[in-house]
Design a protein around this ligand. Sequence first.
Ligand SMILES: Cc1cc2nc3c(=O)[nH]c(=O)nc-3n(C[C@H](O)[C@H](O)[C@H](O)COP(=O)(O)O)c2cc1C
Length: 160
Amino acid sequence: MKTCIIYHSYSGITRGIAEKIQAAIGGDLIEVKPRRPYTTLTAYSLGCIRARGEEAEPIEPATIDVAPYDLIVIGTPVWAWKTTPATNAAVNALQNSAGKKAVVFATCGSQAGEAIPIMKRGLEIKGVTVVGEEVFSRKEVADDQKIAGLIHAVTTAGSA
Ligand SMILES: Cc1cc2nc3c(=O)[nH]c(=O)nc-3n(C[C@H](O)[C@H](O)[C@H](O)COP(=O)(O)O)c2cc1C
């Protein structure tokens, strides 16, 4: 089973979980970054407006070819109870994704809102079936048992 772990992370928390998944199961880490980086001010103003509108924005890398992978893992921070514009762009950027499986996760302060359903809808449009999902609140990002649960979901999804 070959897995890619795609994530956007503004302040490092989602990256931390993505790295733990990679340390446990291997696979390729693919970080997507907005082409125009946010500041704290623009993240909470422009970023949240874009997130609320479920917009995508230009990212690097601009395309993500998942042909070599059996399983896609996608992690997003929650902005304004939604996925980030960079995560929306990452989903749109997937190439050769039809028929693949995915596990999605979101990290948030306390309320993930619609983040998981938005990722699911976007992935469905790309022909991807979501077979596992997890949300980590700020209190849970250091919860090793919860992270182990996500890793288990990834392992199980890949071997199903
Ligand atoms: C612009 C912005 C908007 C946010 N909106 C929410 C929100 O609606 N709900 C929530 O629970 N946390 C919210 N947060 C907190 C982040 O989702 C949380 O800290 C997340 O774990 C950050 O992940 P990262 O370090 O990978 O960027 C927001 C943070 C930022 C910077």
